[in-house]
Write a protein that binds this ligand. Sequence first.
Ligand SMILES: [Mg+2]
Length: 222
Amino acid sequence: MAVPQPVIFDLFHTLVDGANPERDRVVGEMALMVGVEPAALVAAYHATWRDRMLGWDVAETVRNLARRLGGTPTEEQVARAAAHRRELAARLLDGVAPETLALLDALRADGRPLGLISNATAETAEAWRSSALARRFDAAVFSCTVGLAKPDAAIYRTAAERLGVDPTDCVFVGDGADGELGGAAAAGMTVIRTIQHSDTDPAWDGQPLTTLDELPSLLRGE
Ligand SMILES: [Mg+2]
């Protein structure tokens, strides 16, 4: 019997809440730790999303951005702010709903290989390893680790390769941030949009999942 179709998930706003307001609040608190204006550091975080998700580490980000804003933080202050950001990442992953973990277990029980592709910064990739999500996945590809980001076809190919399958065999499930749905389709994957956490890409064609719970029966063609 052929291996059941592998499923590759996005992370934020797909498996866990993206928590955008909480992210901004935490960066504002980090600003006070390194002696710069909170709103300015929040804006600098947003402006450097691409650099951060392609590989800046947590302390490097704090140090670089604080200096750009005229701050002169000590390494101790930088370390404290970085730790605050790491705690946020761990908290967001720990916030995964029990229903979501149960869904992943159900897909695994169907024999489906599971993958993850996340445009994410270093602290998320670090927190992932000790999260309850990690052990449910056969492969997890983070932009900050591979230096590639969705919607680049290469990151989808990397995930499929790590699962030992062809991209055209895979289903990709995501909310649609960063053009990820079009990228997955261009890589040859079957695309399913979810709006459980965020209606991010309403122009995407086709019926979205209201909750991930609908996924197993959809995949079985029921
Ligand atoms: Mg997302």
